[in-house]
Structure formats: C-alpha cells, structure tokens
Design a protein. Structure first.
Length: 228
C-alpha cells in the first residue's frame, strides 16, 4: 500500500492549484500542508528543509523531497498515486498530455504569469509601480497570441488532448483563470473555442475548480466593484 505523501502548496500558485484539483478529482490521499506565500513562509529556514528552491508546490514522501509540479505528477503516476484518467498510462495518450505540459511553459504560462506579476502581484504588494496602459496592452497582446495558438492548434476536440479532461487542461486553465485578478477575461467572440473550453474544464472539475479559485473570484469581483 502506498504511503500518504505531504503536499506543500498555496492556492495562489497556479501549479499548486492544478495539482490540488487533480488530487481531489482523482481521490488521491495526501497530507495537507499549506504554505502562505503572502506571509513569505516559503522563505523560512524551516521550509528550506522541505524544498531547497523555496517555492511551491513541493512533495515529501517519506525521506524523499521533490519540487516542480510536472516532476511531482510524473513521480506520483509512476507510483500509482495519480489518476490515470487525468494522466493516462497509454503511451500515446500520455505523450499528448506531456506535449502540452512541455509546450505551455514558454507560451501560456510565461505570458500569463508575466502579465499577472507585472499588472497585479507586484503593484498590489508595492514592489513595483502599476504598468502604463501601453505596457499593459503589450502584455495583453502577448497573452492573446498564445490564446490564439490554443484556439488553432489545441482545440480540435472538447479538451486539449482529446474528448476527456486531463491534467493538461487543468494546468492550462489555472494559468488563464488567474488573469481575472488583472481584470482580464477571455473574449468569447475573439476566442470562442478557448472560452467554451474553459467552461468545460470548470464544469468537469467542479466543485474543486471553484474552491481552488475562490480567492481569485473574490478579489476580482472586489476590484471590478472598485472601478464602478
């Protein structure tokens, strides 16, 4: 019988959310170990013993410590502790999921993460001034160029790699969902496939998708009301 591992995460972290939703959907047992990034708990000496990179997510399985979300899901899959529906055993089906997971690092994740950091996270923590309208427009164009790639290259089916929800969809959707904090929402007319895909991902992974994004939903609504 596989041991229950410790999962260190913060739901403010996109990869943390993707894994957390996956564990909940797949009924994967784990010991809940939240790390409050807003309190900089990841920078403590204690957490450095958990993850030498001092980031989230991280896993501790007995005396084995592992960082990086993709490495974590592959490790757990090889141990039989990750949902086969979300990360298939079939070599070709898994390869398609891996293809997106590798591709998204320098596309969706990079463009969405940069926009989120520069337009919301750094300014709200007074670590950088709010970007100019011109710079925000540039960041949005970068995001939308990658949304266009998803629209054209990845969504021939209901989900990114076929007709079933996989972890690829969760990693992609959590990156895009975070942009609501920047008051950015995917335009249905501009990206109809992406818009409907995001709805399907949310529907297929609820109630956990909404639970994982509750902070984002609340903060984005507060920001919208503040503009009225």
């Amino acid at each position: 019988m596989s041991s229950i591992f410790k999962f260190y995460y913060d739901l403010m972290s996109q990869p943390s959310r993707a894994l957390w939703i996956s564990f909940k959907l797949g009924k994967t047992p784990f010991k809940d170990c939240p790390v409050a990034l807003r309190k900089r708990e990841q920078l403590t000496d204690e957490y450095k013993q958990i993850n030498r990179f001092q980031k989230v997510p991280a896993l501790v399985d007995g005396d084995f410590h592992l960082s990086e979300s993709i490495a974590i899901l592959r490790y757990l899959s090889d141990k039989g502790q990750f949902s086969e529906k979300l990360y298939p055993k079939n070599i070709k089906e898994r390869a398609r999921v891996d293809e997106f997971l590798e591709w998204q690092h320098l596309s969706v994740r990079m463009s969405c993460g940069y926009y989120f950091m520069q337009a919301w996270l750094l300014p709200i923590n007074r670590l950088a001034p709010k970007p100019s309208a011109e710079n925000i427009d540039k960041m949005i164009k970068n995001v939308e160029s990658n949304l266009s790639l998803i629209e054209r290259l990845w969504l021939d089916n209901d989900f990114l790699t076929g007709q079933q929800l996989t972890v690829a969809d969760l990693f992609g959707a959590t990156e895009i969902e975070q942009l609501k904090l920047c008051q950015y929402k995917v335009n249905e007319k501009k990206f109809p496939k992406v818009f409907k895909w995001l709805q399907r991902v949310r529907q297929e992974s609820n109630p956990y998708f909404d639970e994982a994004h509750s902070f984002i939903s609340v903060k984005s609504k507060q920001a919208a009301l503040a503009k009225l």
